[in-house]
Design a protein around this ligand. Sequence first.
Ligand SMILES: NC(=O)C1=CN([C@@H]2O[C@H](COP(=O)(O)OP(=O)(O)OC[C@H]3O[C@@H](n4cnc5c(N)ncnc54)[C@H](OP(=O)(O)O)[C@@H]3O)[C@@H](O)[C@H]2O)C=CC1
Ligand SMILES: CC(C)(CO)C(=O)C(=O)O
Length: 309
Amino acid sequence: MEILVYGIGGIGGYFGGKLANAGLNVSMIARGEHLKAIQKHGLEVESINGNFKVKPKMATSNVAEVPKPDLVILGIKSWQIPSVAKELKPIIGEKTMVLPLQNGADNYEKLIEVLPKKNVLAGLCFVVSFIEKPGKIKHTAFEPKITFGESDNSQSDRILKIHALFDKAGIENSIPKNIQLEIWKKFLFICTVSGIGGLTRVSIDKIRESEYLFEMMRNTAKEIIAVGKAKNIPLTDKHLEMVFEIINSQPKGNTASTQRDIMQGKPSELENFNGYIVKQGKKLGVDTPINRYIYECLKPMEEAARKSG
Ligand SMILES: NC(=O)C1=CN([C@@H]2O[C@H](COP(=O)(O)OP(=O)(O)OC[C@H]3O[C@@H](n4cnc5c(N)ncnc54)[C@H](OP(=O)(O)O)[C@@H]3O)[C@@H](O)[C@H]2O)C=CC1
Ligand SMILES: CC(C)(CO)C(=O)C(=O)O
């Protein structure tokens, strides 16, 4: 199977590296100094689960150069999906599968605006990893895991094939009963913590210590659930409590990747997180005042980051 990993950052570098390390045919799309380092020395992964170094089958910035892929794994940020999907379109064959692993609720929908529905799967991942320096990925926390499936949740042969492939690469993975619910459960957590984290610029323990901010975080989550329910996602109060169990168990100093992007003045997934909730709320007649507050406060900084980024 020809695998193409597009975007060799925190998640693409870690999971792409694991697949290449299992001897699979992995081509990588990267750019800049990172690409040069991968081409020259291979991709190095320093992981709490064991370090390794791989030479991908090919590393390039040009999708036209790679072998026609059977599976494309997207390691880009969610706002990059529309442009990357357009770039990928010419190399998507009848049977190519495209698997998004991004945070955010509408990555699948964004992909099928450009690519044929039959080529697109749905997914998400858990890991804490980032580019430490060109050519090197560092995995610092979390037992890495991929959750994925068909958009209609059927247990197709191709899904089972990917399951076997991830098993072979030693990547913990699961095919849930309802992939949309899993995407929204993760989204509920990540959207709840990232916006407030970016706005307050403190780690999760500091937010927990403030009665006011903790309440604000709960209200953010309640609005996300209301929007999800309006979109027929079977989210319940049980999921709210599950997310707050995770929030309460987060170690001191923890921040989420999107929060870190906001704090570092980089382009972030703000539009795909709180911005998405605000826009969907408006469309569906669901009030989202707290998400709107977070979104509007962060938007000027986001616009400045995009101009300079
Ligand atoms: N990192 C983490 O721990 C986790 C992240 N996520 C989610 O995963 C997604 C990806 O995040 P993350 O891995 O951190 O992001 P990164 O920024 O680390 O990785 C994205 C990579 O894609 C590259 N890229 C983007 N466009 C192109 C292009 N046109 N050509 C070549 N390379 C390109 C970027 O290059 P460049 O730097 O040059 O732009 C970058 O190296 C996000 O949705 C995030 O929320 C989910 C779980 C954990
Ligand atoms: C919460 C976490 C670390 C889980 O994968 C994540 O998705 C992120 O920081 O973006």
